[in-house]
Ligand binder design. Structure first.
Ligand SMILES: [Zn+2]
Length: 236
């Protein structure tokens, strides 16, 4: 059974009547087309209180996204005002910067839910470690997911190893261990890279390792498939 509960949205007929009434008065409802605050105002009654519940909430959000059954939680002006005072994200994500991988959207989450660190190839560097330590230790994120994705351009480029302009090639050294372990198949390297970066996080950060040992944090890997819209968990 789920370790958290979701407040039910307004029944469709009540919502329609409320919207019709507001529209008659010329008032834009937060979820109305053209409104700056798109999406129904749903919010969770209870936040996850264990790493396992946090992972479940993340994966259930992606299942809703993949199925097209979005609840778009925490997108209201009330929520925005609430988290302006303090943030308590339940999850941290180290994701690729790819424009097709919008993290909050594909996990069906909203303001204040996810602490997201992104770069091309979702690679671990000292700055990423520092940011994720802040997200987990200071802000209290209970699950940390390293998120790769299918058709990753950074992984493709690292496999090809061709000359590239500017400083793009500085990314390759971080992805090379996965290329060595699983290349040249791109899907296999994406998965190996997620596993490698997740291991690296725990090895390089005593702060994160301690949180994991104390069972206050789960570090997991995931691969987002652009075609199915699903995140598959990757064992570490
Ligand atoms: Zn990518």
């Amino acid at each position: 059974m789920s370790q958290y509960h979701q407040a039910p949205p307004l029944p469709a007929r009540r919502r329609f009547l409320a919207l019709a009434g507001l529209a008659a008065l010329g008032i834009a409802w937060p979820g109305a087309p053209g409104s700056a605050w798109a999406g129904p105002v749903t919010r969770r009654a209870i936040e996850p209180d264990t790493p396992e519940a946090a992972l479940q909430m993340l994966m259930e959000g992606n299942a809703r996204f993949a199925a097209g059954q979005l609840t778009t939680p925490h997108r209201s002006l009330d929520r925005l005002n609430e988290v302006a005072a303090a943030q308590h994200p339940f999850a941290a994500v180290l994701s690729c910067a790819d424009s097709r991988v919008p993290v909050e959207l594909l996990f069906d989450q909203g303001f204040g839910d996810l602490f997201v660190v992104r770069n091309a190839g979702n690679v671990v560097t000292p700055e990423e470690i520092a940011s994720l330590e802040f997200g987990a230790l200071v802000l209290g994120a209970k699950v940390l997911m390293v998120l790769g994705h299918s058709q990753c351009g950074a992984v493709k480029a690292a496999i090809a190893g061709d000359a590239v302009p500017g400083q793009i090639s500085t990314l390759f050294q971080h992805i090379q261990p996965a290329v060595d372990a699983a290349g040249p198949d791109i899907g296999a390297v994406v998965e190996a890279n997620v596993q490698h970066q997740a291991h690296l996080l725990e090895r390089a950060s005593p702060v994160l390792a301690t949180l994991v040992r104390e069972r206050r944090l789960l570090v997991v890997g995931g691969v987002y498939d652009l075609g199915s819209r699903r995140v598959k968990q990757v064992s570490s």
